[in-house]
Design a protein around this ligand. Structure first.
Ligand SMILES: Cc1cc2nc3c(=O)[nH]c(=O)nc-3n(C[C@H](O)[C@H](O)[C@H](O)COP(=O)(O)OP(=O)(O)OC[C@H]3O[C@@H](n4cnc5c(N)ncnc54)[C@H](O)[C@@H]3O)c2cc1C
Length: 405
């Protein structure tokens, strides 16, 4: 193992600067328009695909960065550009992570490339875990998967909600229960291939922020998928269920949690990107806006707020980098470091954007200035991929060993 260093490699700096240029030149100028249109920005996805940014190849190369920093660096720059457009670009990666977390190498090779399509025919994918009555409590999931012995197919029935790219996705990854009596341990993930009858979009949500990202219900009505669409393979899942029924350990995590664990630091990095964008804007504004005959940054009240913003952003980034490095180098999260990074980065983004708005005064409250959008966008970061309360629950249980409720 090399000596401790926070120095980025030449490759990492090159990737970061390349994504930054795309974020500055393509995402920033388009952000307000797509926020208002509140629909999937296909032309932006196409532009990202044409330069190779929206591709399995790019994201998997970053995911295989041996230091773990490839994905956080990419996320921070994209979301510095714009969070709604950023999520439209990276929404597919949550579904891809679902396949990587639970699938066999053959399943990853079959399905992951299809999720992105090609630059001429761009596709997106969706990861469907949440349900109307199973949000934080993943174990309450009702969507059922049953095995049809006669046809050798899985049959999925249920209602998923809040799915990013739900209904417009080429491929949906659906978490379903095979045995509701086992709670989260009775669940598995399924690939629903393109054009499968019975899957349709329900309500599309009108949201407070990240409005360029499509969020919708997904209805599963007798959706039949081939036997090999269960991630991990039928035999392995059958064995896991048998162990769970005998009361043994059925593996540390269930299908949904395996996906979320691997994606939490990446989501934290998105929040860092939003926070940094709002902080930079507020810093520039504070230096140029004059009141009482001097720039407002001359007042400690304003300057100290900016000092706190920068400190919290840097602390959040370091927590994200630590968690990503630990995950990549195979270290276990003994103090729930992944949850810690997402918790702190999400809360930081909300705090920083709120204070940035304050520094901009009345202007901060209008859509003429981007901080208003950043403030709305930041709000989701204490809600999705596990709310702040759930992150605290995970951390508290992990550090104490006490089954805190
Ligand atoms: C824009 C958006 C995109 C999303 N994308 C996806 C996606 O792609 N795929 C997907 O599967 N899901 C997605 N989600 C769902 C998201 O993960 C859930 O909204 C989230 O997990 C919270 O669930 P819930 O909304 O049902 O809230 P609830 O679970 O009902 O929680 C409500 C409140 O109660 C608190 N609470 C609940 N239980 C406890 C407890 N034990 N202790 C303390 N407090 C508690 C929560 O912290 C929260 O404050 C998305 C959501 C949104 C809004």
């Amino acid at each position: 193992m090399s000596a401790f260093s926070l120095q980025l490699t030449d490759d990492q700096r090159t990737v970061r600067d390349w994504v930054h240029t795309f974020a500055a030149d393509v995402l920033r100028p388009a952000a307000a328009e797509w926020d208002e249109r509140e629909e999937t920005p296909w032309p932006i996805l196409q532009e990202a695909a044409k330069i190779g940014l929206y591709s399995l190849d790019f994201f998997s190369t970053q995911a295989f960065d041996p230091t773990g920093l490839g994905i956080p660096l990419t996320m921070e720059e994209l979301f510095w550009g714009d969070a709604g457009l950023g999520l439209s670009i990276v929404g597919t990666t949550l579904a891809a992570a679902g396949v990587v977390a639970s699938g066999t190498p053959e399943q990853v090779a079959t399905w992951a490339p299809q999720m992105f399509g090609t630059p001429d025919d761009v596709k997106v994918a969706a990861f469907c875990s949440s349900e109307p009555d199973a949000g934080s409590d993943v174990s309450a999931m009702r969507t059922r998967a049953t095995w049809d012995e006669a046809t050798g197919e899985w049959v999925l029935n249920g209602v998923k909600t809040w799915a990013t790219n739900g209904g417009i996705a080429h491929i949906h990854i659906v978490v379903a229960t095979l045995d509701p009596t086992l709670g989260a341990r009775g669940q598995a993930s399924f690939v629903v291939p393109p054009g499968t009858p019975g899957l349709r979009q329900g309500q599309k949500f009108k949201k407070h922020g990240i409005r360029a990202s499509h969020t919708a219900e997904v209805i599963l009505d007798n959706v039949r998928v081939p036997a090999d669409c269960i991630l991990g393979g039928k035999d392995k899942i059958d064995e896991r269920l048998a162990r769970a029924r005998e009361g043994g350990r059925a593996g540390r995590s269930n299908a949904a949690m395996a996906t979320f664990e691997s994606s939490r630091p990446a989501v934290g990095a998105q929040a860092v990107g939003i926070a940094r964008a709002a902080y930079e804007y507020a810093l520039d504004y504070a230096k140029t806006r004059e009141q009482f005959g001097r720039p407002i940054i001359d007042n400690q009240a304003v300057a100290f707020t900016l000092a706190d913003m920068r400190t919290r952003i840097d602390a959040a980034r370091l927590l994200v980098w630590r968690a990503s490095w630990m995950a990549t180098t195979g270290q276990s999260f003994d103090a729930a470091e992944g949850s810690m990074s997402k918790l702190y980065a999400g809360e930081t983004a909300k705090w920083v954007t709120t204070n940035a708005m304050q520094i901009l005064g009345g202007n901060g409250f209008t859509r003429e200035y981007p901080v208003e959008r950043m403030h709305r966008d930041s709000a989701i970061y204490t809600i999705f991929e596990g709310t702040s309360e759930i992150q605290r629950l995970v951390i508290a249980r992990t550090i104490s060993g006490v089954p805190i409720r």
